[in-house]
Design a binder for this molecule. Structure first.
Ligand SMILES: [Zn+2]
Length: 53
């Protein structure tokens, strides 16, 4: 179980580029948030969005 938790912690650190639907600019977002369909914050225009994928 501790091994699984460690993997999850590492996944949290991994980021993927996500395109903001408002300003169309890319930013690095946690893949954990993307996978869970959590809201992402665009660092360029401060819009909150959910990754369409
Ligand atoms: Zn944006």
């Amino acid at each position: 179980m501790s091994y699984f938790n460690r993997i999850m912690d590492q996944i949290t650190e991994i980021t993927s580029s996500s395109t903001c639907p408002v300003c169309q600019r890319k930013s690095q977002q946690s893949i954990k948030k993307i996978g869970k369909k959590q809201t992402l914050l665009c660092p360029h225009c401060k819009s909150i969005f959910v990754n369409p994928d």
